[in-house]
Design a protein around this ligand. Structure first.
Ligand SMILES: *Cc1c(COP(=O)(O)O)cnc(C)c1O
Length: 455
């Protein structure tokens, strides 16, 4: 008889009555219900995903999606030959996106699923780098010093791309005059070694769209003057699944000729659980063929371009489920509701004496605010973030980027599942905690727990 006997009462078993914090694999086995309980109980200390207003990533799907997920969690996306139906569905999905993003001829577009936008951005960046290398080599010029241009407000995946793949990162700092990269100053940083410019459709710090057409127009002017033809990649991690439904007239996608590739996170406003992203190139020519590998598929072969080999296929199926279940109208409905909640919240917060808005959620349903200058020297948004956490809300405070890094802001990401009533409760708690902090007789005794929050 092992000590971990089913007869021992729950919570009196090994791992429950002693410790299960092994850093080496334990010698003996455990009953499944004991191991389950230990892991499941440890998770209780996580925040509640639905009250996590820091994340862009999906925290709710319907029961049919959950059922599909449980039927598909054993699918490996790379096994194209063994799971040809899943492979075909992956292709339907990126073709749907190519169409949604106005690829000039969506039969000539090419794309792939990824594990998220980070991998998708790596692939987009690699295609830009390889294209530039080919052109430089063909002209007998050096390929030593590639650079990539973007705003200082980029998500960390671009820093990773530049670091991992030896590309110089040229940042246009955000400033109070130019809180978004709008083309200003590009002429000073673009040169013959520039592999591309990244535009953000949905800056993670504030939720605002960078003006893709203004950036493209500036690159047109630079080309007219210097002959340099600089391609663009749009990082639409969040916005590429919002703009087609809420701002259909806005030109940011393949309608802008300079845009060669676009990524999005299926698990953000694509409305799928974590683990899926997409990247699409405007045409086959935009993706250098020597980056593409062939895997066997139905007796023939299929092109693949990815950093990972094995990865879950279930999320790709869930994406297709969402496309079918919702259609254009359903996506529009959901994104609109989500945006209405964001606008409602930002309107109310903007009217509070203590705060002023940086954005109001009218691009993607995300907005940021700061303390009104001079409002108080007793507390900061870090304190407010802590106070809200006591009530269960996870709302991050963090510094801006570039020349604005001395400014602390707070941000709310409105997502499918943040209902109007929940938003109302959140507002009540923000009002109560703001009044509490304002009522302090002296400053908070410590500077507040600085964020470990990452963009
Ligand atoms: C979230 C985000 C990313 C990273 O996406 P993941 O899907 O989390 O890998 C990249 N860029 C932007 C603008 C983002 O918002």
């Amino acid at each position: 008889m092992t000590p971990d006997d089913a007869l021992l009462p729950t919570f009196s078993r090994i791992g429950e009555s002693t410790t299960a914090r092994y850093t080496e694999i334990p010698e003996g086995s455990m009953l499944p219900e004991t191991a389950y309980r230990i892991v499941s109980d440890e998770m209780m200390l996580d925040g509640n995903a639905r009250l996590n207003l820091a994340t862009f990533v999906g925290t709710w799907m319907d029961e049919h999606a959950d059922r599909l997920y449980s039927e598909a969690f054993d699918k490996n996306m790379i096994d194209k030959d063994e799971y040809p139906a899943t492979a075909a569905i992956e292709e339907y999905c990126w073709r749907i996106l190519a169409d949604l993003w106005h690829a000039p001829d969506h039969r000539d577009a090419i794309g792939t699923s990824t594990i998220g936008s980070s991998e998708a951005c790596m692939l987009g960046g690699l295609a830009l780098k390889r294209r530039w290398q080919h052109a430089r080599r063909a002209a007998g010029q050096s390929t030593e010093k590639p650079n990539l241009i973007m705003s200082s407000a980029v998500q960390v995946c671009w820093e990773k791309f530049c670091n991992y793949f030896d590309v110089e990162m040229r940042l246009i700092p955000t400033s109070d005059e130019h809180p978004l990269m709008d083309g200003t100053g590009l002429e000073d940083v673009v040169d013959e070694n520039t592999i591309g410019v990244v535009a953000l459709m949905g800056v993670t710090y504030t939720g605002a769209y960078e003006p893709v057409t203004a950036i493209a127009a500036k690159l047109d002017a630079i080309q007219a003057k210097t002959g340099l033809d600089i391609p663009m990649h749009v990082d639409g991690a969040s916005g590429a699944m919002v703009a087609p439904f809420l701002q259909p007239e806005l030109e940011w996608d393949f309608r802008v000729e300079r845009v060669q590739s676009i990524n999005t996170s299926g698990h953000k406003y694509g409305l799928v659980y974590p683990g899926v992203g997409w990247v699409v190139w405007r045409n086959v020519a935009a993706l250098p063929d020597d980056l593409v590998f062939r895997v066997s598929y139905l007796g023939g072969e299929m092109p693949t371009f990815a950093l990972n080999f094995s990865r879950p296929g279930a999320q790709v199926l869930l994406q297709y489920y969402r496309f079918l279940r919702l259609g254009r109208n359903g996506y529009r409905e959901i994104q609109q509701t989500t945006q209405d909640v964001a606008r409602y919240l930002s309107g109310a917060i903007g009217r509070m004496d203590a705060y002023e808005l940086l954005t109001d959620g009218s691009d993607i349903p995300v907005f940021a605010w700061r303390l009104k200058p001079g409002h108080t020297d007793k507390w900061t948004l870090y304190h407010l973030s802590e106070r809200l956490r006591i009530r269960g809300w996870l709302v991050p405070a963090y510094p801006l980027s570039g020349d604005q890094s001395d400014q602390t802001v707070m941000r709310i990401v409105s997502r499918n599942g943040l209902s109007h009533d929940l938003a109302e409760d959140l507002l009540r708690d923000i009002r109560i905690e703001t009044a509490f902090l304002d009522s302090l007789a002296s400053p908070m005794p410590h500077p507040g727990i600085k964020t470990t929050f990452h963009h």
